[in-house]
Write a protein that binds this ligand. Structure first.
Ligand code: ADP
Length: 751
């Protein structure tokens, strides 16, 4: 569309050094230090009445007076490419002539350009300061970017009087769209909303616009004027990158002429150091623009760029704030939940708003929770597999899933765009947002393929397009792209979630410490209390015995019976205190850990058991050898002793048996190879489901005192404490009426 005659010297040397200029001015290049004219345009006879050969190789004093020479010499001190402008009048064959002069330095020479002034037009120019004031006020009034561009197009047209003024915005691929247009009524076709492919303004051309503030081509039909050089110079090698008169690339001329354009003005628009777009002005006939007016346009371009940056930032900021507010609300809601998993399994609807998605899947180690419009589970599992196979990237996003994942075609209606966040590297916890396909109809200004031409050697080259008839293309399998602010919002949310989880973990660790401390205090209290209780209790017991021995004859039957009860109760209480003391001591004393062969240990336990129950018919079996463990043998002896006694006591079968064994930890879902799982199994009375936890509590028994041998309800509590002191776990499985198995873990001893 706005094919500029381009570009950067390094990449396109012949385009930067075309060896010619446009004919509405004169160009000369002078060499330091003696200020001799090295190059001159061949049109000096037309504009000055002097033959170029009469100037070439001569001092600038041939053309310029003293003050003008001083001005030009000062350019030598300016940075490369920075232009200074001034007005001058020169004596020509047809009398005095007014020029706008521009001078800039290149690495080779000082380039001076003289543009003929059209004084009659200059005299009728509008009042610029009033126009600028009014335009700026109008621009600041516009509330949306669209309105803003409308005003820009309109105002630039007002001041330049070009037939058509467009604001053109680049997209990420370098193509773009006309976002505002002001045109004369005689032009029927509107270009508003038309898209242009990146090939219409090649990257090199965009680069060039980064360097200039304005490019004006008054007459695309005018013949360019050759530069001639002194004999020592090659004719056309002068670098014209910064020249305002530089001639126009033939491709650009043809391109615009095919659109019916004869004069062109382009003002680049910048945002954050990048080319954001262009104000492009087309005129159907040649169009002279006085320098003062171009300066105003240049300033306007800079103002628009500044204001544009503000407006874009403001819109982005507003959106960011909106996302941030969802983020805060969502985190608050999650923090209120018991844990992260519960929060994720019942997701808040605001999850979708966080990134402006229409659907979402929360994936927690194979569990999927869906909300909004999403593909179904069977479609999501393979998608997750595919995403997993891509590696461990914590974020993946695309606005066209099909591009990378062909099966995505089947889910395009809900998931053409996806945004994946991994919340945990250890667990497979993912948040996956979806956006549906937006079938876009792009209205191209002509067939975009047309500018790609194949030359005689079969190479693809760029050429001017001849057709600008609307040409429509439908884009499928594409969703609205994820904006940077949305992606940032997702990442921030993930970090906040991790922060929340860490806070929780810290809180838990603190509570654990606290609990441990109070446990220790409680244990030492129980130890001290039970220890101190023993003495008075012994006193009561002894005195009751004395009373029975010495005064039984003076007491009646009831009195004696009560004293006997007192003795029994003190005995029972003493045994309870002993248990409590033993129990609390367990939490206090050091373990004497050694490598113990459980085969030997269990054999001793069985021997003691048999000695205490000589007539018991119970069968005790050990199906396979037991391992070596790292344990305190006295305490583990107590564990087996208690479990064996219980297995024997709580059995009413005619052929009772007990099995002691060891099983693979994997079967219990334990994957630490150092852990061993031992068990004591019986075919006894069994334990109901609801009691399987409580039986491990101190003084908890399920039966009356005189049933099943009358336990005190401490055995399992002690067993549990011993196992836990060894860093293990204990649990029970049972079928009521058929038998129970007590499992516990210990650590394998390394041979
Ligand atoms: P007790 O001294 O009463 O045996 P324990 O702490 O050893 O106390 O056991 C608590 C309760 O658990 C017992 O009262 C009994 O009801 C139940 N229990 C323990 N072992 C078994 C078992 N092998 N079979 C059935 N019930 C059992």
């Amino acid at each position: 569309m706005i094919q500029p005659d381009r570009p950067l010297e390094n990449e396109y040397p012949d385009l930067c050094r075309p060896g010619s200029i446009q004919p509405h001015g004169i160009l000369l290049a002078i060499a330091e230090p003696d200020y001799i004219i090295q190059y001159i345009s061949s049109n000096t006879r037309d504009l000055l009445g002097i033959d170029p050969n009469d100037l070439l190789g001569r001092s600038i004093a041939t053309l310029f007076d003293n003050s003008q020479q001083i001005f030009l010499q000062q350019t030598a001190n300016k940075p490369l490419g920075v232009s200074s402008a001034f007005s001058l009048s020169l004596q020509t064959a047809s009398g005095k002539r007014e020029f706008d002069a521009f001078a800039h330095r290149t690495s080779e020479a000082i380039v001076v350009e003289l543009e003929v002034k059209k004084t009659e037009i200059e005299e009728n120019l509008p009042n610029f300061s009033a126009w600028v004031r009014e335009t700026l006020a109008n621009l600041q009034l516009s509330s949306t970017l669209r309105d803003f561009f409308e005003v820009v197009a309109q105002e630039v047209r007002n001041i330049t009087q070009f037939d058509r003024v467009m604001v053109y915005q680049f997209d990420r691929q370098g193509g773009g769209e006309v976002v505002a247009e002001a045109k004369t009524e005689t032009l029927s076709a509107s270009y508003l909303g038309l898209c242009y492919p990146a090939t219409d303004i090649p990257e090199a051309a965009r680069e060039m616009y980064l360097q200039c503030r304005l490019r004006w081509i008054p007459d695309l039909a005018a013949h360019s004027v050759k530069l001639i050089a002194v004999e020592t110079q090659e004719n056309n090698t002068l670098d014209l990158s910064f020249s305002i008169l530089r001639s126009v690339d033939s491709c650009c001329i043809e391109y615009h002429q095919n659109m019916g354009v004869q004069a062109l003005l382009v003002i680049p628009l910048m945002n954050e150091g990048k080319l954001w777009g262009l104000i492009a002005c087309h005129h159907q006939t040649a169009k002279y623009l006085p320098y003062s007016l171009r300066v105003v346009c240049e300033l306007l371009g800079q103002f628009v760029s500044l204001e544009l940056a503000n407006q874009i930032k403001q819109e982005e900021l507003d959106y960011k704030l909106e996302l941030r507010s969802y983020h805060t609300q969502l985190l608050k809601a999650i923090a209120k939940q018991k844990n992260l998993k519960t929060a994720l399994l019942h997701p808040d609807p605001r999850f979708l708003e966080l990134v402006d998605a229409t659907g979402m899947a929360i994936y927690l180690n194979n569990e999927i929770v869906l909300s909004g419009n999403t593909p179904n589970r069977e479609q999501i599992y393979p998608l997750i597999e595919w995403l997993d196979a891509r590696g461990n990237e914590s974020l993946f996003q695309t606005d066209s899933l099909v591009r990378d994942y062909p099966p995505g075609e089947a889910i395009a209606d809900t998931a053409s765009g996806i945004l994946l966040l991994r919340i945990s590297q250890v667990r497979r916890y993912y948040l996956l947002w979806f956006r549906p396909e937006v079938i876009q109809t792009i209205t191209w200004a002509g067939n975009p393929q047309e500018s790609l031409q194949i030359d005689d050697n079969g190479r693809i080259t760029l050429g001017p397009r001849s057709s600008f008839e609307q040409w429509q293309e439908t884009m499928r399998f594409t969703a609205k792209p994820w904006l940077l602010s949305e992606i940032e919002s997702a990442i921030e949310f993930r970090n906040a979630l991790i922060g929340l989880v860490l806070d929780r973990a810290e809180e838990l660790a603190r509570l654990n410490q606290e609990l441990e401390r109070s446990n220790r205090e409680l244990a030492s209290f129980a130890f001290a209390a039970s220890h101190d209780l023993k003495e008075p209790l012994r006193g009561i017991h002894n005195y009751s015995i004395f009373l029975l021995e010495d005064y039984a004859n003076v007491l009646d039957e009831v009195g004696v019976e009560r004293l006997e009860t007192l003795v029994r109760l003190t005995q029972r209480m003493e045994s309870l205190i002993d248990i409590l003391l033993n129990y609390s001591r367990l939490g206090q004393t050091e373990l004497n850990l050694e490598a113990i062969d459980l085969n030997v240990l269990v054999k001793q336990v069985i021997a003691v058991f048999r000695a205490s129950n000589p007539n018991s018919p119970i069968e005790i079996r050990i199906p396979s050898p037991l391992p070596l463990t790292h344990c305190d043998p006295i305490l583990i002896n107590e564990v087996f002793g208690n479990l064996l006694t219980n297995a024997f006591k709580y059995n009413d079968k005619p052929d009772p048996w007990i099995e002691i064994g060891c099983m693979s930890p994997n079967r219990q879902g334990i994957h630490n190879p150092a852990t061993i799982v031992l068990y004591v199994r019986d075919n006894g009375i069994g334990i109901r489901e609801r009691h399987r936890e409580t039986i491990f509590r101190l003084f908890k028994r399920l039966h009356a005192k005189n049933k099943y041998g009358g336990g005190i309800g401490a055995g399992l509590a002690i067993v549990k404490k011993i196992i836990e002191r060894h860093g293990g776990q204990i649990w029970c499985e049972s079928t009521y009426g058929e038998g129970s198995t007590f499992y516990f873990t210990l650590t394998r001893s390394q041979p």
